[in-house]
Every structure is written in C-alpha cells, then in structure tokens.
Design a protein around this ligand. Structure first.
Ligand SMILES: *Cc1c(COP(=O)(O)O)cnc(C)c1O
Length: 462
C-alpha cells in the first residue's frame, strides 16, 4: 500500500503533461488543476481503503476522466429530479411545483423592470404588499395581510413585534418541531419573548390558560401540530374560547397554521388541515402559514388577520429584513388568482391537482407505463396499491390512496435499482419497500410518466 501511495503522481507533474496543457487551453488551468487534484485524492482514498491495488496510470482514460470532471463542474448544481416518492409537498425535493401561470409571472417580472414598489397612476412610491394583500383578504376573509420570506419568518417576526419582553402562553401539547432548526420553544426565545408552558402534554384546559395570565402576558399562541397527533386521553380548549379569553385580557391570539389550506381538502384524505378562512372567522387576531405547502405556490410566509395587528407587524424592522422577494411575489400573486373564477384550484394548481387526482386515474397511468416497460430486459414490473402523503410536515396518517410501479430485477438488488434510477439527470427518486423499488404515480406529471418509460430501461435494464 505504501508503495502505491508513493507512486501517486504529483499534481504539478500531471499539469506539465501535454494532455493536461491541451485541456488547460480548452478549459482553464484552474478547472483542470482542481479536477487533477480530485482524481489523485480519489485514488489515494481508494488505496487507503483497500479498494485499489494497481498504480494510477496517466493514460488517455485518465485525461478523459479529467475532461468529464471539468464538464460536470460547469453544470448547474441545482437540477430538477423526478419525484416518484408519493410525497406531494416533499421538503427535500423543493416542495410545491408551480403552475405554468406562476412560472410565466416569474419570467415576465424577472426579465424586466416592474411596478414592484411604484404606482404608475400617481407616479409615487407604493408597497410591494399591495400586489397580494387584497387577494389574500378575499381568499381568507382577513382585514389585512403581509407576506414575508417563509412561515418561519412570519412566526418569528410576529412574535418579535407583539411579544418581545413579554410572555407567550403556549400549550405543552403544541410545542412543535417542524424539522431541524424550527422548534417552537426556540423560536419564542429567539423573538425575545419568554414561553410559559400551559397544561400537560396530553391535556390542556381553558382554566390552565386563564390561571397563567398575569401582567407580563402578551400573546396566546396556538400552533398547528401538523406532523403529529395526540390521541387517547386528551383535551384542548376550543379555539373560540381561547380567543374570548385573549380578548377579555387584552391579549393577542396568534395561530401558526403551517401548511395553511385555502380550501377544504377533507374529502381528499386531509381531514386535519384547518382552513385559513375558518380560523380567521373564529376571530384569530393573526394567523401565519406557508406559501409553498398546501397553498401550492412559491416559498412565502403569509400573515393574515386584523388590520391593527398586521399593520403593527409590517412596521417592525424584522418584517423589512424578511420581506418576500419580487420573483416569489410575482408567482404568489398569480397562484392566488388561480383560486378565483374562472379557475378551479384543484386542477389549476399542481400541488392540489396531485393531491386530488382520483386513484383510478393513477392506476391507468401505472398501466400505461407498465405496457411501455414490457420487454425491458431482466426487469419485473408490477402495479401495487400504495398510500401517498401530502408531506411538508403533515401527518403521515392522513392517507391518500395511490398506485405505484413496483420494480424488481434479475440482476440488481432493490438498493442497486434505486441507485441506478438516481444516477443521471433528471435523477428518479423512488422508495424501497422490501425487495422492490416503488415509483408512486401520485407525484408524477403526465410528461414525467412518459419520460420514465424511456429512462427506466436505460438505467436499470441495459
Ligand atoms: C412548515 C411549518 C412552519 C415553517 O414554514 P416554512 O414556510 O417552511 O418556513 C411553521 N409552522 C408550522 C406549523 C409548519 O407546519
């Protein structure tokens, strides 16, 4: 092993070879140097882990690898993938896919100057919020609205503005972690407020809140426990009663709704998602929700509620620091318009379409794809019933029936099939279940389903 390590070439010596100099002229010395460094480092790690027992030869194949590495490093790193996981709002895969109208708006507004903060009628400055505020109010029944960068920013900014230096009352059953760095107790602490935990994990009563109120109390915060559910011996006060209690003591009632459904999707397997309009109608002073979860738009954090409260939040410096950017704003406005006539949001908004497509349509899609794959060498294809999920921090138990192709190979294990499907652009992301790889139809567009018919044989049956 030591001899092999000693035989590894010096980077400088490689760069002085004719082949390397030719590549440096064709590309750049910096890129070729980096690629050579990586190839030698890779060979070293192979020797150290016992995977290589021959010397690294500086043959034509070596320089072909160098060129391939340079070309690969020039490609955009952020690439599209085919989501065949059955998880519709997949946070790791970019959450909601945008409607064509929203993409067109991004293109239009990104390519030119715009009236982002300008009123052509008066020639005066105006607010970027004006493009969406009325729409949000119309769709939710709120008096006023404000859009920030994401829901985490909306929650943090609201608490910084309304609760800093005071106490926030939150149920022990609702101290939710959304994923990684968003944990409600930490967000409350970061806002400069102090958390007073109410009740027990499983039971919280109205009297627990009432007894906790003192001169320092500023906010009663309710949070949607989107990704878990308390069952069994549980109790929580009704939202309406909490709001009455807040008003009786001159406190602000805020609710973090997370995914924020604008329409009722309980018929489609999502019975636990509160509809924003209902929470506003119950009298919440302000609610916060994401733009790229159930709403099906771009990344955004919407605050909607009473005019006096929303105006106050809008004036806080954090609201300026975390404001929405113009491209997301353009996409959000157009997505919100797709909720209004003549559109039907369930077909116009891709995330809602994916959630509401009847299972029998997905079965047909699976059958078509299976037919396309007939004759693919050494591949076994079946159609299986699956459970798709909304994702984006919603409860896994909210079942959305779906269909998947189940792939098995005579030559490859399920892990190897999954890896082959992921190699190449676009990567195809499925999931492994026992000995097979499942490709769920619920998260595929029709175009993607067709492309899969060509890509699968190329990647796993060659
Ligand atoms: C997802 C979620 C958030 C965070 O939303 P982002 O838009 O990702 O910042 C906050 N609260 C709840 C309850 C959520 O479900």
């Amino acid at each position: 092993m030591n001899a092999q390590l000693r035989h590894l070439p010096q980077i400088q010596a490689v760069l002085e070879m004719d082949e390397a100099e030719a590549l440096s002229v064709k590309y750049s010395l910096q890129e070729v140097t980096e690629a050579v460094r990586q190839q030698i480092a890779f060979a070293r790690s192979e020797i150290l882990s016992g995977q290589r027992d021959t010397d690294l030869v500086l043959d034509p194949a070596f320089f072909e690898n160098i060129e391939a590495a340079v070309l690969a490093s020039r490609k955009a790193h952020l690439q599209t993938v085919i989501n065949a996981t059955g998880i519709v709002i997949h946070t790791n895969l970019g959450r909601a896919r945008l409607a064509p109208e929203a993409l067109e708006a991004i293109h239009r507004v990104g390519a030119a100057y715009s009236n982002l903060e300008y009123d052509p009628d008066t020639g005066n400055r105006s607010s970027r919020q004006g493009h969406v505020e009325d729409l949000i109010c119309r769709l939710t029944g709120a008096e006023a609205a404000l859009v920030l960068n994401n829901c985490a920013a909306a929650v943090l900014t609201s608490l910084m503005c309304l609760a800093a230096g005071r106490t926030v009352l939150a149920s022990r059953g609702e101290l939710v972690e959304i994923g990684g760095a968003f944990r409600m107790p930490d967000v409350i602490a970061a806002s400069g407020a102090s958390l007073k935990e109410i009740g027990a994990t499983n039971k919280t009563r109205l009297t627990d809140y009432a007894e906790a109120i003192d001169d320092d109390t500023g906010v009663i915060l309710k949070s949607h426990t989107s990704n878990y559910r308390l069952t069994g011996f549980t109790a929580a006060p009704a939202r309406e009663d909490l709001i009455k209690l807040a008003e009786a003591h001159d406190l602000v009632f805020l609710e973090d709704l997370g995914s924020g459904a604008l329409i009722d999707l309980s018929d489609h397997g999502l019975p636990d998602e509160p509809v924003v309009r209902d929470v506003i109608a119950a009298g919440a002073h302000a609610v916060m929700f994401s733009g790229d979860k159930l709403l099906g738009g771009p990344q955004a954090g919407i605050i909607a509620g009473k005019k006096s409260i929303v105006t106050q939040i809008a004036r806080h410096p954090a609201a300026r620091a975390m404001r929405i950017d113009k491209l997301n704003l353009a996409a959000l406005e157009v997505t919100l318009r797709l909720y209004l006539p003549p559109h039907d949001p369930k077909s116009a908004i891709p995330a809602l379409e994916a959630l509401t497509t009847p299972a029998k349509t997905l079965r047909m899609r699976a059958e078509q794809l299976k037919t396309q794959l007939e004759g693919a060498d050494s591949l076994h294809v079946d159609i299986v019933e699956t459970i798709a999920q909304m994702g984006g921090g919603t409860l896994p138990g909210q079942d959305i029936p779906s269909y998947a192709l189940s792939l098995q190979s005579e030559r490859l294990t399920a892990t190897q099939i999954a890896k082959s499907l992921r190699s190449g652009t676009p990567a195809i992301i499925g999931r492994i279940q026992k000995d097979s790889v499942l490709l769920d139809m619920r998260t595929l567009s029709e175009d993607e389903a067709k492309i899969l018919g060509m890509l699968i044989p190329q990647r796993v049956a060659q």
